[in-house]
Design a protein around this ligand. Structure first.
Ligand code: GTP
Ligand code: ZN
Length: 190
């Protein structure tokens, strides 16, 4: 049996488990739709953030802070496989190299499209940029809603989780950190 068929059988088992009739017309294509949906929302395992960043590095003498904020993403928590919906805010201070702007949201997508905990995703984005760009500093802040805390469990629909990862000047220099916080604080979810 192919891996695809095995996946679709697992979905049929889940449908039966929750009390559905797997043979009713509306559910006929559901196992293959779910498989394709998962291939997309978990597609980050097949992508390499290092390659993405290295594909668009440009020499630059600029050494001022670059901030890309409000990068919306969808991820899934590794505990319940329920959505994490949020925004990432990313900043770096170049050190001879800048990266193509679009590559930063692409890297956010790579890590988001894996099973995650928010703290780890924040660190992974930060480390990927730090390794590829070797900048004077990197800062990543993520502000997200966890459906496992809203749809079920503790059922808190107004609560958001904010995490950050800081490297280089953002960690060492309070003024640099404060500048980043001032820029992103207006974007934090209400
Ligand atoms: N640190 C962290 N925890 C997370 C994240 N996403 C989900 N969780 C938590 O993972 C924990 C799993 O706890 P368990 O007690 O094993 O699972 P549970 O019985 O379903 O817990 P409840 O959600 O409290 O009902 C929960 O507290 C979740 O809120 C995340 O990104 N980071
Ligand atoms: Zn969860």
């Amino acid at each position: 049996m192919s891996k695809e068929q095995e996946f679709e059988d697992s979905i049929r088992n889940i449908l039966e488990y929750i009390g559905e009739d797997v043979n009713r017309e509306g559910l006929e294509k559901t196992p293959s739709r779910v498989r394709k949906a998962f291939e997309f929302i978990c597609g980050g395992y097949k992508e390499n953030p290092e390659e993405i960043l290295n594909s668009a590095l440009f020499t630059s003498s600029n050494d001022e802070m670059v901030v890309i904020k409000d990068i919306e993403f969808y991820s899934q928590c590794e505990h319940h496989m329920l959505p994490i919906i949020g925004k990432a805010h990313v900043a770096y201070i170049p050190n001879g190299k800048v990266v193509g702007l679009s590559k930063i949201p692409r890297v956010v997508n790579v890590f988001a499209r894996r099973l995650q905990i928010q703290e780890q995703m924040t660190e992974q984005i930060c480390d990927a940029l730090n390794d590829a760009l070797k900048p004077k500093g990197v800062a990543v802040m993520i502000d997200a809603r966890h459906m496992c805390m809203e749809m079920r469990g503790v059922e808190k629909i107004c609560s958001t989780t904010v995490t950050s990862a800081l490297r280089g000047l953002f960690k060492q220099n309070k003024k640099t950190k404060d500048e980043f916080l001032t820029i992103v604080s207006s974007s934090l979810q209400k």
